[in-house]
Design a protein around this ligand. Structure first.
Ligand code: IPE
Ligand code: IPE
Ligand code: MG
Length: 255
């Protein structure tokens, strides 16, 4: 990862997002362009993940969520799915100790029950080892789908109603927010998708309600520090209005 970092001198940003959510896309096309197998693209993509973690820590981003495997990705050819699963296991085995040393907390969202026992064990160990770390948080969305996430929250709320600890009238946006994945973290304020696809692909559909969106044509393995900083600069230049007028926001900023 060293060469991906050293290319750019120190960066100064006026505003840094608290929570960056990323759809890492284009691994397969990156490989195809090089006459390699798709899985070579997934392997190359791991270095980009490391670069984003390192750069985010340097710049003061508090949370980065990576979409690693969607609930729909099970529909891919069986050997690609199984290589991806192996890659998750080996990456966790190789990287978790270093992340822990850097005081980084690792979390997973998604339905992990469909993963092999070995992978579930690695995931649980990684979460347990790093759960008290106070530095940056890394979230891996694996076997995750935004619709699954909402459905899961609805199920949890319904269980509370059945138990009698909650009334239907108590259901509020705040309650759903607190029940859904990552409700305890700052909402993603910046979203990045690589590879030129302009869609959300069932990522965090609730959590992304007011997120600033950024799309680039670059394939994930080619997304280097220069490109990441370019994306963060684009975020810094945006005016977040949350329904207000530009004049109101300017007044608030000058107050
Ligand atoms: C993203 O790259 C990685 C995963 C979905 C696991 P893709 O594998 O989707 O790459 P393309 O879109 O086929 O190029
Ligand atoms: C989304 O990418 C899921 C991940 C990056 C893990 P896909 O490449 O699977 O998305 P679609 O199906 O092309 O929208
Ligand atoms: Mg894709």
């Amino acid at each position: 990862m060293g060469n991906k970092l050293s290319a750019v001198p120190d960066v100064e940003l006026t505003v840094v997002p608290k929570h960056v959510a990323i759809i890492m896309d284009g691994n397969g096309r990156w490989a195809k362009k090089r006459f390699l197998k798709r899985v070579a693209g997934h392997k190359a993509g791991v270095d980009t993940v490391k670069m984003v973690i390192e750069t985010s820590a340097q710049l003061g981003v508090e949370v980065v969520t990576f979409f690693a495997f969607s609930s729909e990705n099970w529909n891919r050819p069986r050997d690609e799915v199984s290589t991806l699963m192996d890659l998750f296991v080996t990456s966790l085995e190789k990287e978790v100790a270093q992340l822990h040393e850097k005081n980084i907390r690792l979390r997973f969202i998604g339905d992990r029950s469909r993963f092999s026992e070995k992978l579930q064990k690695r995931i649980n160990e990684a979460e347990k080892l790093t759960c008290d770390n106070q530095g940056m948080q890394i979230v891996i969305a694996a076997n995750y789908g935004g619709k699954w996430d909402i459905t899961d929250a609805v199920r949890k709320i319904a269980q509370q109603i059945r138990k009698g600890s909650l009334e239907p009238e108590d259901i509020s946006e705040e309650l759903i927010q607190n029940t859904i994945s990552l409700g305890d973290l700052p909402e993603p304020d910046f979203f990045i998708r690589t590879s030129g696809e302009h869609r959300i692909s069932n990522f965090m559909i609730w959590q992304l309600a007011y997120t600033e969106l950024y799309f680039t044509d670059i394939f994930w393995p080619d997304f280097d520090r220069v490109e990441y900083v370019k994306a963060l600069k684009s975020f810094a230049d945006r005016e977040r209005r949350f329904g207000k007028t530009g004049e109101q926001v300017a007044k608030l900023n000058n107050a």
